[in-house]
Design a protein around this ligand. Structure first.
Ligand code: ATP
Length: 303
């Protein structure tokens, strides 16, 4: 008997490297992005409903503010894309249980779109290959293919040409969340403004970072963390500089604004150092809330 409901668990991501090339004529930037999937998850449950009811969505959980519960939600867009691609009508309710911060540079919207692709494939036995999932995902957003693959990966082009990265070991993260998000286009615009007049070269994969991941050398990974969007995010949100400073003071191995921010990810030695830093960040009063996570973890998968 075919299933009537499916739940997909999908992680958040942090960037270990985000190198941004000059603004192209089409307004996009060529990127080199090294992503790691971390253990903060949204759970997306898709349930078949009666014929003619169409696609509906509800949002529950810790982070619902600012998430549209309508056709503009990336999860609904993913379902419409699949309807079009496979030429059938979907009557289903999508419930997104959000734990990934919204507009935090952790690809929460992309994660939910990835979960819907994986979930509808299972629910309607569409037999999609991974490549097909990636192809559909990249039409919805450049981070979507990575949220399907998970692990650690290098994204090139607009971030969507994905190659798995060779990485060993488990990394411990402390994630400083802000109660107010930052708009990704605004951060790119600020980055362009700050770099106006400078010569920007094409982005390159950081070999030091890749070797450190392969060697499971978390200290060297910490030193290699780099995000070209960080000055732009800090310029729009000066408090981020204070947040980064707290991590430095408590001996984090490295700190990076994730994606376009305002989430800041600190790499720490182990669980114990993570706990100490989490307490210090909470006491500092400069962050909205703090989470601890490990990476790399799996991409979107049916649970
Ligand atoms: P990225 O790291 O990919 O740039 P982000 O983590 O900064 O993204 P998201 O959490 O994906 O940002 O949300 C950005 C905006 O997308 C939100 O402010 C919201 O309006 C819209 N959005 C659409 N669908 C979703 C969704 N399923 N979850 C969260 N936000 C969504």
């Amino acid at each position: 008997m075919s299933k009537s409901t499916v739940t997909v668990r999908v992680p958040a991501k942090v960037n270990l490297q985000l190198s941004v090339g000059p603004r192209e004529e089409d307004g996009y930037h060529n990127l080199v992005s090294v992503f790691q999937a971390i253990s903060i998850y949204d759970d997306v449950t898709i349930t078949k409903t009666h014929a003619g009811s169409g696609i509906t969505i509800s949002i529950i959980g810790d982070h619902t503010h600012g998430v549209p519960a309508d056709a503009t939600n990336l999860a609904v867009k993913a379902a419409h894309l699949i309807e079009k691609e496979y030429d059938f009508e979907i009557d289903a309710h999508i419930e997104v249980k959000k734990s990934i911060p919204v507009a935090g540079g952790m690809a929460g919207g992309s994660a939910d779109a990835a979960a819907v692709i994986v979930g509808l494939d299972a629910l309607y036995t569409l037999m999609m290959t991974r490549d097909k999932m990636f192809e559909l995902g990249s039409q919805l957003g450049s981070d979507v293919p990575f949220m399907i693959s998970g692990g650690t990966a290098i994204g090139q082009g607009h971030g969507d040409q994905l190659t798995a990265a060779l990485s060993r070991g488990t990394y411990h993260w402390v994630i400083a969340l802000s109660s107010v998000g930052l708009s990704t286009p605004a951060v790119y615009a600020e980055c362009d403004r700050l770099r106006a007049g400078s010569t920007i070269s094409a982005p390159q994969i950081n070999d030091q970072l890749m070797q450190s991941l392969l060697a499971s050398n978390s200290k060297a990974v910490g030193r290699a963390l780099h995000n070209d969007l960080q000055p732009g995010a800090c310029s729009l949100r000066p408090a981020l500089t204070l947040v980064l400073g707290v991590g430095e003071e408590y001996g984090a191995l490295g700190a990076i604004v994730s994606g376009s921010g305002p989430t800041v990810a600190f790499l720490v030695e182990d669980e114990e150092q993570g706990l100490d830093l989490a307490v210090a960040l909470t006491a500092s009063g400069v962050v909205g809330s703090v989470a601890r996570a490990i990476g790399p973890v799996h991409g979107a998968k049916v649970i």
